[in-house]
Design a protein around this ligand. Structure first.
Ligand SMILES: [Zn+2]
Ligand SMILES: [Zn+2]
Length: 130
């Protein structure tokens, strides 16, 4: 199960919905999910290669990523495969300014609006997906 989050700005008309969380679809994590959820071919190959040898320690969850430079938000599939010391973890860059995006949760900090840059974003849970 996952949550549908609605994000709105306090100052402008910015409004977007994001799907995050754990979907039934990701269990088990297969090739189809990786290819459809992850844009980067390089990243796809890295995950698929790691999965060939490692099937026990796989974690996949859709999370909200935030760019601290341009304030862009994106829902991306976080994939962690492997054991400590030889672990593969997805890392996403902002498509706009190429800065590494960070997994974020509302409630722990202020998120600025990617559209007007001055407003504060508010998040509400509006539904579920599976
Ligand atoms: Zn705004
Ligand atoms: Zn950015």
């Amino acid at each position: 199960m996952g949550d549908i989050l609605k994000v709105t700005c306090s100052d402008c008309s910015y409004e977007r919905e994001f799907q995050v969380g754990m979907g039934i679809l990701y269990e088990p994590l297969n090739r189809y999910v990786i290819v459809s959820e992850i844009e980067s071919k390089l990243m796809q190959d890295e995950i698929l290669q790691t999965l060939e040898t490692e099937q026990d320690n796989v974690f996949a969850k859709k999370e909200l990523y935030y760019c601290e430079k341009c304030y862009r938000l994106a829902a991306r599939l976080t994939v962690m495969v492997g054991r400590v010391g030889k672990k593969y973890t997805t890392q996403y860059r902002c498509p706009h300014c190429n800065k590494a995006m960070k997994v974020t949760a509302f409630g722990d900090k202020t998120h600025h609006c990617p559209k007007c840059k001055v407003g504060t974003l508010m998040m509400t849970r509006v539904g579920h997906w599976d």
